[in-house]
Design a protein around this ligand. Structure first.
Ligand SMILES: Cc1cc2nc3c(=O)[nH]c(=O)nc-3n(C[C@H](O)[C@H](O)[C@H](O)COP(=O)(O)OP(=O)(O)OC[C@H]3O[C@@H](n4cnc5c(N)ncnc54)[C@H](O)[C@@H]3O)c2cc1C
Length: 478
């Protein structure tokens, strides 16, 4: 079978070699003709359509070790898939051996020490489900189907970020299979340089088989949900967003979104597809205080839908899932913002009015608080000056509509990028982003990251990622 070497050359992988791999693993090895290959190889963004030479569905760290050793032995390109949510499709590569970790989704809670150990293939919802049994939560993201490991290796942010920082700020340790095929523990005491690099340096250092997250008391009920108004109300809604976001305690996170109304049951049918503005809120402190704090949102103007209420935290964590299904085409642009300027709001409204698809949006996430209190080099996620995140999310169904939808996102971004801190979220970078954008995302930490890479992966074996190797990076095969 044809495959790719780690530096992009075509190589031949003999059937005996794959048989040998099968013998070394407890999980399945899939070839392109096997049932399940397509399901396993595809990722969330349908713009990405790559065909690994083979897929190893690992069921534990020992399988991962065997795969890394096998790939080294055969000079085979390797890629790693957790949730497959990366918009640039970094989890998959043509001709590679793909490690599909979707069978490694166990999460074990130590409630007394407030730690969860989650396997490297968990989705966010897997971890929330186990931790919420104990009224605890890790700092994870806004969509429950996202993979924990890709999110964490790039930094991570969600409704609890204002209280406890980037996801990586409360990671206690990781287990990782490194380039020499050994299983290594990384935390503050063991392999501290590697641990530093893992907290924002992407998949550059190896295959993470497990993550330990510190847990915090959250829920099981919170005050959360969304209120929507006609887009004609956007100016006053964004003004309220700006005022409340500046003053509110870190228990409250607000997200503003401008988009065509989705066909959600809580929105009147006649509004579906028409432009709306929404405010998403999550208050994770005492319920009565949350109800008091969100009252100005609920009483603003004449909403067309209001599902901002007391609800389970786990439900809040999956509220946006239906708006981001696997299999659509996606193209994003993001920038961190130091504040919400009135000029930015005007531009957000104007650009949202030009959205060419029913699924696209201009979104403003509030993230300020704990993350701003640590030093810029605390971990490579950096961006400690970020207080908001602008995400221009273009999403559509058919390839024939690619140009118009990509052009909309790029134009909107060009119109609004002057409001940026200069940094952007590495986990939101699309396939076509330049190395300069990766450098902007990693900021001052890139030099130290390259040193850690040179120590732990001098041959740049792990390269299907936002690569920070000091050695020249080979073009990734598409
Ligand atoms: C709908 C949607 C919502 C999102 N919401 C948020 C959010 O709220 N907050 C946030 O911070 N981000 C969010 N993101 C961005 C998300 O963090 C990134 O897309 C992230 O890469 C997804 O992780 P994954 O494991 O699903 O990715 P994958 O596509 O599986 O992998 C992404 C990268 O991580 C590497 N990787 C994955 N698993 C491992 C592993 N075990 N060991 C080593 N490397 C590994 C892959 O090789 C690849 O380079 C969202 C993305 C989507 C599509």
């Amino acid at each position: 079978m044809n495959a790719r070497s780690i530096d992009g050359r075509e190589i031949v992988l003999k059937p005996e070699a794959l048989d040998d791999l099968r013998k070394r693993l407890r999980g399945r090895v899939l070839e392109p003709t096997d049932a399940g290959y397509d399901d396993s190889r595809t990722v969330w963004n349908a713009m990405i359509d790559r065909r690994p030479a083979a897929i190893a569905q690992c069921i534990g760290a020992a399988d991962v070790v065997a795969c890394v050793q096998f790939a080294r032995q055969h000079d085979l390109l390797l890629c790693v898939k957790c949730g497959g949510h990366n918009i640039a499709g970094l989890a998959t590569a043509d001709g590679a051996l793909m490690l599909d970790l979707s069978h490694m989704r166990g999460a074990w809670v130590d409630a007394q020490n407030r730690i969860v150990h989650a396997q490297g293939g968990c989705l966010l919802g897997d971890v929330d489900r186990e931790t919420q049994l104990h009224g605890l939560a890790a700092v994870l993201g806004f969509v429950s189907l996202t993979g924990i490991t890709g999110l964490t290796l790039g930094g991570g942010m969600g409704y609890l970020t204002r209280r406890w920082g980037w996801t990586v700020d409360s990671v206690a340790g990781m287990d990782i299979v490194t380039a020499d095929g050994s299983l290594v523990r990384a935390n503050d005491r063991e392999n501290a340089d590697l641990f530093w690099g893992l907290r924002g340096g992407g998949g550059n250092f190896g295959v993470v088989t497990g993550v330990d997250y510190e847990l915090f008391p959250v829920g099981p009920e919170i005050v959360g949900g969304v209120v929507a108004w006609p887009a004609s109300e956007a100016q006053q809604v964004l003004e309220l967003y700006r005022e409340m976001a500046e003053e509110s305690p870190s228990e409250l996170t607000l997200v503003a979104l401008l988009r065509p109304a989705p066909p959600a049951p809580w929105l009147p049918k006649e509004w579906h597809g028409n432009p709306i503005v929404g405010l998403l809120a999550c208050y994770s402190g005492p319920i009565a205080e949350g109800e008091r704090l969100v009252a100005p949102i609920k009483s603003l103007g004449k909403p067309i839908g209001d599902v901002l209420m007391r609800r389970p935290y786990a439900q809040m964590q999956s509220l946006l899932d239906a708006t981001q299904p696997k299999g659509r085409r996606y193209y994003w642009k993001s920038e961190y913002l130091p504040r919400i300027d009135s000029g930015l709001c005007e531009k957000a409204i104007a650009n949202a009015a030009k959205i060419p698809s029913p699924h696209s949006a201009v979104v403003l996430f509030q993230i300020d608080g704990a993350l701003n209190k640590l030093a810029a080099d605390h971990s490579p996620v950096g961006n400690r000056d970020a207080r908001y995140l602008l995400n221009i999310t273009s999403s559509w169904e058919n390839a024939s509509q690619d140009d118009v939808n990509i052009a909309w996102a790029r134009d909107a971004w060009n119109d609004m990028k002057s409001f940026s801190t200069g940094g952007n979220y590495i986990n939101f970078l699309t396939e076509d982003e330049s190395p300069e954008r990766v450098r902007a995302a990693l900021g001052i930490n890139i030099g130290r990251l390259a040193d850690v890479k040179a120590h732990w992966d001098p041959q740049n074996f792990f390269r299907t990622n936002r690569n920070i190797s000091p050695a020249p990076v080979q073009q990734r095969p598409n």
